[in-house]
Design a protein around this ligand. Sequence first.
Ligand SMILES: CC(C)(COP(=O)(O)OP(=O)(O)OC[C@H]1O[C@@H](n2cnc3c(N)ncnc32)[C@H](O)[C@@H]1OP(=O)(O)O)[C@@H](O)C(=O)NCCC(=O)NCCS
Length: 413
Amino acid sequence: MRVLEPDELRAAHALFGAALHAGGPADDERWAVARTSYDPGRTFGVDQPEGTLAGTATSFGSALTVPGGAQVPMAAVTRVGVRADRTRRGLLTALMREQLQDAADRGEVAATLRASEARIYGRFGYGVASRGRNVRVTAGARFRVDAPPGGDVRLVGVDEAATVLPPLYARILDGATRPGPITRPDGWWASTLRRPAPDTARGIAVHTGPDGDDGFASWTVRQEGSDFGENVLDVADLHAATPQAVAGLWRFLLGIDLLRHVAAHLRPLDEPLDLFLEDPRACRTTGIGDETWLRLLDVPAALAARAWGDTGGEPVRIRVHDPLFPANDGVHVVGAGGPDTRGSTGTSEAEPAAGGRADLECDVAGLAMAYLSDRRPAELVASGWWTAHDRAAVARADRLFAAGEAPWCGTFF
Ligand SMILES: CC(C)(COP(=O)(O)OP(=O)(O)OC[C@H]1O[C@@H](n2cnc3c(N)ncnc32)[C@H](O)[C@@H]1OP(=O)(O)O)[C@@H](O)C(=O)NCCC(=O)NCCS
């Protein structure tokens, strides 16, 4: 297990691509783009005895928006793969341990990832912390007269997008009240915007409202039937600063000619797309899926960073189990004003040192599921993810963890 050198990253990239059945190794053009998204010193590899790579995992530094709008340093974990002939002998486990410790040593409060399969990461303390809705909307669907009219939308090319979108996204993020979005480093933008896709019809548009550019969308179009015009537009990225800009971008996309449907993957659960439309059934939910998998690395810092709901003065004592990071493992006392560090700590379940009796109990993955407010503590107790030692504390914890808008990240990595 070691940190890979820059000249080994291409092999790691190929290993990951093969593990994901994502085609052969990148040619020079694709690699020139992909390499920009590797953060130096953050790619781990496991060697086979004969010296070739058997497994790899990487991450880049980012920041996660938590309830209340603060951002905490975060490792964005990606490109995790083990060679098919070396799986199920503990390589991923070793990679994850090393990577999580490395991120914690860097002062990162959390790690997040997108999971190819839902059974892989829970054992390492990751829990689903945001979910998204897949939608398929009939192209040309009419908007209600009361729906926000939106502003002007202009198409931009990749070069203009590379200049306009990163600062626009950063401005949108600065004003974000929704928990879950992350900062996008330059390498993310470069590798996403410049990814060669020669045969794919792509588009990028910027929305302008009363205060200037305030939203953008990018997409690809594919033919779905055999007849001319039987096309589906797949939204790849859509972020906006205001509900008006969200409506304006959807109006634009649904008004593009020669489309049957506009589809989007993992949109916010509370995006009011159906509410914009005269016929709300023109917007069909085709699925709801997990988006952000969150691993809290520094629970006290994470609890201190987010805003909390009103509990009527009485805090909630939560016993958190974390076999990897002892500083997280104990009782955390949290009230509307945040964690009470005097009351927290103590690793004995029966007699927490200073925190008194625990009201609720969960593991660190269960805490992650409530942290951004995706799941209410009551749901987690009802499903066995959390244990309630004091039933009255459940409703209090629901109010404590509530955050208004549904958490959503909207950045794929
Ligand atoms: C997922 C992957 C990285 C796992 O690597 P691995 O080295 O086999 O994992 P480990 O041997 O450390 O497994 C640890 C545990 O997780 C379980 N596990 C690992 N992958 C699993 C999967 N896909 N489904 C269910 N359980 C899985 C193992 O059975 C093992 O459990 P056990 O200790 O009870 O036996 C590897 O199978 C892979 O590369 N898959 C294809 C690419 C991919 O999906 N990457 C993830 C991208 S997000």
